[in-house]
Design a protein around this ligand. Sequence first.
Ligand code: SF4
Length: 275
Amino acid sequence: MNHFSVSSLKTFARCPREFHYRYDLGLESLEKGLDLEFGLFTHFYLQTRFAGFDFKDSIGAAQVNTPLSDYWLAIAKVVLEEYENLQDIGAHYQPEVVEGSFELTIGKYRYKGTIDLLANRGGEYVLVDHKTTKSKDLSAFMDYRTFDPQLQLYAYACEHFFKKPVRKMYYNVIRRPLLKQKNIEHFPQFLERIRDNIQSGGYFAEIPVETNDLLQYQAICDLNEYADMIEMGHRPRNAASCRSFGRACDFVPVCSGEVENPELASDLYQVRVRK
Ligand code: SF4
């Protein structure tokens, strides 16, 4: 039986050619880019924080695992302090499962994935998926949420693997500040300006994502079809996906013809060690 990670199928749904580079060839970009670094740091922070560690230890753990430069570490601390103040996470969610991995056989395929957070809120289970963005415009998340097969499969896994059925899901969105330090401004003043800007709103959002049996069934059908297409060897490009959520695909140089063979472009890509 073939195994698929849900994130690989999500990549295939976004662009089959990107799936080919990432999963057939195992390539990953050497250049992470600030957006991804900030996203990984924030994700690790939230994972550690919801696992029960305090703010300082969670920041420290994130910095060890997904390090930022000193400049961005100071900014991330301000963002996450304000996240704690404004979102009141302790009151919001009582964690039940943090970074919970699952494997499920559905039809002829076995799917594996990792949920960010399954929590109890007000006596009911809610599923939370952490997201970071640099865009003020959250409409991309709003548009996408109805068709997010990953989250629907995670909801299915909550019921059938973790035995905690959810009927409410949320994107927990944190925005990276784009403010620039002015010439006349000392760094602590700059950080305070960021703090003021965050307090004026628009940096954090909890976007509800609907789930029910029909939506989960449709998502599973989609995932099965993606898996079928992978097996059949379909790998077309999808130009509509070259830039999404404000970020360019790592493989633009390859698809645009600048790089002829990504497997030989060792200054741009490395082969991921398969687990
Ligand atoms: S650059 Fe565009 S077409 Fe090429 S792999 Fe990435 S998303 Fe697909």
